[in-house]
Design a protein around this ligand. Structure first.
Ligand SMILES: Cc1cc2nc3c(=O)[nH]c(=O)nc-3n(C[C@H](O)[C@H](O)[C@H](O)COP(=O)(O)OP(=O)(O)OC[C@H]3O[C@@H](n4cnc5c(N)ncnc54)[C@H](O)[C@@H]3O)c2cc1C
Length: 368
């Protein structure tokens, strides 16, 4: 039986293990923590289920085979995703993405409308600031985008962010429905209170899992890693750990940013006005976002759990949106030897969601 070595047992590591088993591989997964699922794992805080950052499935309407794929493992519930942003300058909350109807309620609506009439050319934008100013004008950029992104990417200048395809949640300026992604995507979440946890177990059933083992020493040419005083080798290796680590930082380290999460239980049944359950903070608060989990997970309780998200350099959650880092990552990816694959958010250095990961795993399975 051919052996596959999978580095990292997060969402991508578990998913590819499922496909590798179907191809007849004997799979060994090496995971740094004691849990499978990485950032998508559900934990419980005094009974309340939560993940570190909300993780709903964002399924392209033209790719509903992904809904069917997840339904093999989980029972999905459709979610209608609504986000609001606190704009300190106006002392109020607005829908995000910015909605044209709400501009009429803004104190400076005349100036905003004037800017909207004279918008620049979005296609020529060279950085995140240009992109947004050309899309919505300077006033709306200052209210909703400027400080949020400076916080998120831990930068003093959004002009340093020259890759910005990740930016709008659908479109920069919305008309019609206020629901995020409503035009192109279907959003879903498992009805299971433990979220995707049973997915990770089912995907990895029968695999040899080595938990609490941080992979550092990797011999990429021989498809082996040195852990717990011994070399473990595969006929193929699928890595989901940061691609710079996979290569021993040969071309230099890649920049990532992360987040830290503060959990707070509050003695009320519900805080955020439905249908909203995400609140972004776009001013000088030290935090980025507050999420009320029960509205996503469906958990019933007389109290509620919120997680407050702070920007951080202490963990690696987001590839950094600048071209030079993306080019460096591509250099790594172009250097992968035969039978070594690098997938997932850290492995591809790409702002991938869960559905992208599943699609990549399906494509990889076809190549094997
Ligand atoms: C805050 C946040 C919110 C998100 N929300 C959504 C969402 O709503 N919808 C969506 O589709 N996607 C969302 N995503 C993206 C989604 O979480 C990723 O697509 C998915 O987690 C990618 O899986 P992965 O395995 O590549 O990474 P991860 O899930 O992060 O797993 C990586 C795994 O590798 C392990 N690991 C790392 N280094 C080593 C090492 N050296 N040795 C051994 N193990 C190692 C980690 O412990 C972890 O288990 C979100 C991401 C973040 C950060």
């Amino acid at each position: 039986m051919k052996k596959a070595l999978v580095l990292g047992g997060g969402f991508a590591g578990c998913t590819i293990s499922y496909f590798l088993k179907q191809k007849g591989f004997e799979v060994t997964i090496i995971e740094a923590t004691e849990y499978l699922g990485g950032g998508c794992r559900t934990f419980f805080y005094h009974g309340h289920p939560y993940t570190y950052g909300p993780r709903h499935l964002i399924i392209n309407k033209e790719k509903m085979f992904l809904w069917d794929y997840f339904s093999r493992f989980l029972t999905l519930r459709q979610i209608h995703h609504h986000t609001m942003t606190f704009v300190g300058q106006d002392n109020r909350f607005y829908t995000f993405p910015i909605h044209v109807d709400e501009i009429e309620d803004m104190p400076d609506k005349d100036n905003i409308n004037e800017e909207l009439k004279n918008r620049g050319d979005v296609a020529s934008a060279k950085n995140l600031e240009d992109y947004w100013i050309n899309s919505v004008g300077e006033i709306l950029y200052n209210k909703f985008v400027k400080d949020y992104n400076k916080k998120m990417w831990i930068t003093d200048d959004n002009r340093s962010l020259d890759e910005f395809a990740f930016s709008p949640k659908g479109v920069p300026l919305k008309t019609g429905s206020k629901e995020c992604f409503a035009e192109t995507m279907v959003l879903a979440y498992p009805t299971e209170l433990d979220g995707y946890n049973s997915y990770f177990d089912k995907c990895t059933e029968g695999c040899n899992i080595i938990p609490k083992t941080f992979v550092e020493k990797i011999d990429i040419e021989r498809k082996r890693v040195f852990v717990n005083d011994t070399w473990i080798e595969g006929d193929i290796m699928v890595s989901t750990v940061p691609v710079d680590l996979l290569f021993g930082y040969r071309y230099g380290p890649l920049k990532f940013v992360g987040k830290e999460f503060l959990k707070i239980i509050l003695p009320v049944e519900k805080i955020t006005p439905e249908p909203y359950y995400f609140i972004h903070y776009a001013s000088d608060e030290p935090f980025l976002r507050v999420v009320e989990y029960k509205l996503l997970t469906g958990y019933k309780s007389s109290d509620t759990l919120i997680l407050v998200e702070f920007p951080s350099m202490k963990n690696k959650l987001y590839p950094y949106p600048v071209k030079s880092e993306i080019e460096k990552a591509q250099r790594y990816l172009n250097s992968l030897p035969q039978d070594v694959y690098s997938i997932g958010r850290l492995g591809k250095y790409h702002y991938n969601g869960m559905c992208d990961v599943v699609e990549d795993c399906m494509k990889l399975q076809d190549r094997l």
